[in-house]
Design a protein around this ligand. Sequence first.
Ligand SMILES: [Zn+2]
Length: 99
Amino acid sequence: MSCYLIKELLPLYIEGDCNADTNQYMAGHLHTCENCNQLYEEMKEPLPFIKPPEDLMPSMDEHEEKRKFEKRYYGKLLARACFMFGIVYVIMIILYWVK
Ligand SMILES: [Zn+2]
């Protein structure tokens, strides 16, 4: 395999889309070829910039908000279930007394 092919396969290799044999060959070539290894380092580098730490904070807040909302929602649901159960219980008692 030539350096040209290695460069073609680098994106797939970084994404982990290569099969085991290709991965092994890529790793071996990158270990011995300075040029391809440098390119590999440059190509895998931009990934952290897609998800900067600043972007992770609001999503965590958002997650916390969602959790609070769910807690409140299910709390309301539970209260309503208790209320419904109470009504059914009262109806049963009334029906018992009517009989
Ligand atoms: Zn190479």
